[in-house]
Structure formats: C-alpha cells, structure tokens
Design a protein around this ligand. Structure first.
Ligand SMILES: [Zn+2]
Length: 112
C-alpha cells in the first residue's frame, strides 16, 4: 500500500480503495480499543463507592437491595430502585430519609 498519490486513473482507483480500507480498519481498531477501555474501567469501578472509592456491600432494607459503602456509609441505589421506594406514595420520601438516617445511625453505633 502506497501513500503517494498515483497518476493513472486505475492506480488512483486502487489508491482510493486502499485508503478507504485503511480508514475502515483504523475505525474498527479504535472501536475495539474503546470497548476494551470501557470494560477495564467497569472492572475497576464495579461495587466501588463513587464518592470515596471504598468497597460497596449490598444490604437488604425495606425489601430493597441497597449498596452501602463500608468506608463512608454512603448509600447508593441502582436504576429504578428510588422509583420503587417512592412509588405512588409521597409519604415514601419521608420513609426514604428515615431509612438513610437509620443506616447512618447504625454505622455510627457500630464504629463506637
Ligand atoms: Zn464511600
């Protein structure tokens, strides 16, 4: 594959085909690298606290699985879990606040 611009029309056609093939191959390689990078990042961050990097543990609370950080006690919900908690009942928001207070208080009690 030459990178110099050819002079004859048939050579020009071949040059164009080769260039398009190179671009296509490079695009495919970039796509594969991006997928590998994404998989690596997912592996590094899975079940890690987004706030402090501590390990997350899954706990069952109010029939819902919550992820709690063992280091900072941050509580994380998966997609759709907050919606499940709130549901149709606005009172649920207060229950959620109470739930987080209970988890925080339990953590403080276990630390002392
Ligand atoms: Zn944390």
């Amino acid at each position: 594959m030459s990178t110099e611009k050819p002079s004859r029309p048939e050579d020009e056609f071949i040059h164009r085909e080769e260039t398009q093939e190179i671009i296509k191959t490079q695009a495919q390689k970039a796509k594969e690298l991006a997928a590998q990078k994404r998989a690596h990042e997912k592996e590094l961050h899975y079940m890690k606290c987004p706030k402090c990097g501590g390990d997350l543990v899954t706990e069952l609370s109010h029939a819902l699985e919550i992820d709690r950080c063992v280091d900072c006690s941050g509580v994380w919900l998966d997609d759709g879990e907050l919606q499940k908690l709130v549901g149709e009942d606005p009172k649920m928001l207060q229950d959620i606040v109470d739930l987080f207070r209970q988890v925080g208080a339990a953590k403080l009690t276990s630390d002392t």
